[in-house]
Design a protein around this ligand. Structure first.
Ligand SMILES: NC(=O)c1ccc[n+]([C@@H]2O[C@H](COP(=O)([O-])OP(=O)(O)OC[C@H]3O[C@@H](n4cnc5c(N)ncnc54)[C@H](OP(=O)(O)O)[C@@H]3O)[C@@H](O)[C@H]2O)c1
Length: 259
């Protein structure tokens, strides 16, 4: 099992997805025991043979309690891409994180959350704030976390294996799916990744050899702040809709991170 003393059982949210399937494989490669949250067990059995499956839906908090039970860590790679509802991002990208945090009660697993490279970019056509809002919930929870904002999936050639981790929301570029998965799992196993938020792209060069150094070079998010350390100072919490502020407060109060 895991060489990291604290982490063995890992809940994989979005495990049947294009990144999630790589994340399950990466978890296994590192000696972890993945448990997949899935909506359709029959379909998941085909995609994820020999993986523990727990049926549940991110839109139904009660269905998540069994999935989150007794896990040491959670990797979240879910997404609403296949959902045609106009409010799918609110319900799945954001609501999924909210409901997982609610289902945890007072458990304290380590969390790796995948969002997106443009999470803080209001100037990009079609960009929405829902991923950024989901990040805020996780920071407000006080759980030990790492937030990975990957660049364009598959827009990295076979010789582009060097990872570039940037902060501040201005990065642009591509990344292979296996690199995203590896980074998410490594973040669970590397203490210098704790409390960090970063954009992730790949450039020409070799795979990282020292993950502690790679994560360690980043600035940590400020304690008590709901934003990434170098995020632009817009989308002010005070100006957010009342229901979203209430969600943040509820997470803080359940987790004991208020004021
Ligand atoms: N494309 C890019 O270049 C790019 C770049 C950066 C970030 N992103 C972000 O990456 C995400 C997509 O990642 P991906 O390609 O791995 O996605 P994907 O292949 O569409 O997989 C999405 C996963 O989320 C699960 N899911 C969706 N709704 C759910 C629900 N209500 N309850 C439980 N599970 C649910 C899906 O489960 P089912 O199998 O049951 O549907 C699936 O496992 C998107 O959110 C996108 O914004 C994309």
């Amino acid at each position: 099992m895991s060489k990291h003393q604290n982490i063995t059982d890992v809940l994989m949210v979005g495990a049947t997805g294009s990144i999630g399937q790589f994340a399950v494989r990466a978890a296994r490669r590192h000696g972890l025991r993945p448990r997949a949250l899935v909506r359709d067990v029959g379909r998941a059995e085909q995609l994820l043979p020999d993986v523990e499956l727990v049926q549940g839906d991110l839109e139904d908090s009660a269905s998540l309690r069994r999935a989150v039970g007794e896990v040491d860590a959670i990797v979240l790679t879910h997404g609403s891409g296949g959902d045609s509802r106009s409010d799918a991002r609110a319900h799945v990208d954001y609501g999924g994180v909210l409901n997982i945090l609610r289902a945890l009660d007072d458990a304290r697993p380590r969390v790796a959350l995948m969002t997106s490279i443009y999470a803080t970019r209001s100037d990009i056509p079609g960009a929405t704030p829902w991923k950024r809002r989901s990040e805020r919930l996780l920071r407000a929870s006080g759980l030990p976390y790492t937030i990975v904002r990957p660049g364009w999936f598959d827009h990295a050639g076979p010789t582009q294996r060097r990872l570039v981790l940037e902060q501040g929301g201005t990065a642009d570029g591509g990344i292979a799916r296996d690199q995203i998965a590896e980074t998410l799992v490594r973040s669970l196993l590397t203490d210098t990744a704790l409390g960090k938020t970063f954009e992730l792209i790949a450039t020409e060069g070799d795979e990282p050899s020292d993950w502690a150094e790679l994560f360690g070079a980043l600035k940590g998010d400020e304690s008590g702040s709901v934003d990434g350390v170098l995020d632009p100072a817009d989308l002010l919490v005070e100006a957010e809709p009342r229901t979203l502020r209430a969600d943040l407060e509820a997470i803080r109060s359940v987790r004991g991170t208020s004021g």
